[in-house]
Design a protein around this ligand. Structure first.
Ligand SMILES: [Zn+2]
Length: 346
């Protein structure tokens, strides 16, 4: 038997174009300071993609001088939708469009390829795990949290006692598609935003890059027709709006105020649901100038309705190091799996 102190886990974050990988030792220390990015080859189909994940693991092990024999488990995350066990949706997914991917067991396939236990999470849940463990450290197992990550869509997850709430079908924590009340959030003449999922007025229809391009910016440009963002294509303007927000631009602040309100309303629902110890906000805003980042988080906090007892204990914080969140969160999941296996003697 190998000494527990010698064994490590590897975390692999699978994305549309690249995989990131990292190594975590049994004491919870990361052995890789920088990111390793390897092409993910998901557009070539499952076989190429599984090889690319294997290569990501080997690259990071070589770089850290760790022998493959020391790896006790691997954590993997991919974009969803997928089941709790890592079976890609029967209807495919944005990143897994080819028919070979439909119903494909990506977790099982990687496990068979590398001969090690593989623990699966979707990317939102992996980021939520990372935020939780980084924020709470040694206290992680005793705390709960909800994370909302504002990206192309709205990702995130729900953590209870240090572990991800997965749900019966693996679809818990789909926070973006929770409908929230629109009264007082939208301007009087503002159309109710529609999400790509088809719902009207869910969180993602406002708090996402897609929501900015599709819903918020088209409306706010009618209020500020001479704004410089009106002169460039919408998709570009949606990405540029944060820079204007950092500069205190009125249109941009009105738009981000609505995003903060959407997150506040989501967190108000969470407060009545799992009453978490912490509320985390991640996404592009984390990379924004500190004064803007802090303003946004403060607006989310102010617009979250908590009871007095909850407000006294709840923390609001940003998800740090977003680029590494998936790989690192997946590694935490693999380490938790080992601890659980040791405790149950399996
Ligand atoms: Zn939706």
């Amino acid at each position: 038997m190998r000494e527990a102190s010698e064994s490590v886990v590897v975390g692999i974050d699978n994305g549309g174009t690249k995989n990131n990988a990292t190594i975590l030792d049994a004491s919870g220390q990361f052995l890789t300071g920088r990111m390793y990015e390897i092409p993910s080859r998901v557009t070539e189909g499952p076989q190429a993609a599984i090889e690319a994940m294997t290569e990501a693991m080997e690259v990071v092990l070589r770089a850290a001088g760790i022998a493959r024999e020391q790896v006790a488990a691997v954590g993997l995350d991919t974009p969803g939708p997928a089941s709790a066990d890592g079976v890609i949706s029967s209807r495919g997914a944005t990143n897994f469009a080819r028919p070979e991917w439909w119903n494909f067991d990506v977790r099982g396939a990687l496990e068979a390829r590398i001969g090690l236990p593989v623990v699966y999470n979707n990317d939102g849940n992996a980021a939520a795990l990372y935020a939780h463990h980084t924020h709470f450290g040694a206290d992680a197992a005793g705390r709960s949290s909800v994370s909302a990550v504002v990206g192309t869509g709205l990702g995130g997850g729900v953590i209870e006692a240090g572990g991800v709430i997965r749900g019966a079908a693996g679809q818990a924590g789909e926070l973006g598609h929770i409908r929230i009340p629109m009264d007082g959030l939208l301007a009087d003449d503002q159309p109710i935003p529609m999400c790509n999922c088809g719902l009207l007025g869910d969180v993602e229809s406002i708090a996402s890059l897609t929501g900015i391009a599709k819903n918020l910016l088209p409306y706010w440009l009618t209020q500020y027709p001479d704004h410089p963002l009106a002169a460039i294509p919408l998709a570009e303007a949606a990405k540029a709006v944060r820079t204007h927000g950092e500069a205190g631009d009125e249109l941009a602040l009105a738009l981000f105020e609505q995003q903060a309100a959407a997150l506040g309303r989501l967190f108000s629902i969470a407060a009545n649901f799992t009453d978490p110890s912490a509320y985390f906000v991640g996404g592009g805003v984390v990379e924004a100038a500190p004064h803007f980042r802090d303003w946004f988080l403060e607006r989310v906090r102010a617009l979250t309705v908590l009871r007095e007892e909850q407000a006294a204990v709840a923390e609001f914080a940003l998800v740090p190091d977003l680029d590494m969140a998936g790989a690192r969160g997946s590694a935490f999941a693999a380490l938790a799996f080992l601890a659980e296996s040791a405790a149950t003697g399996r």
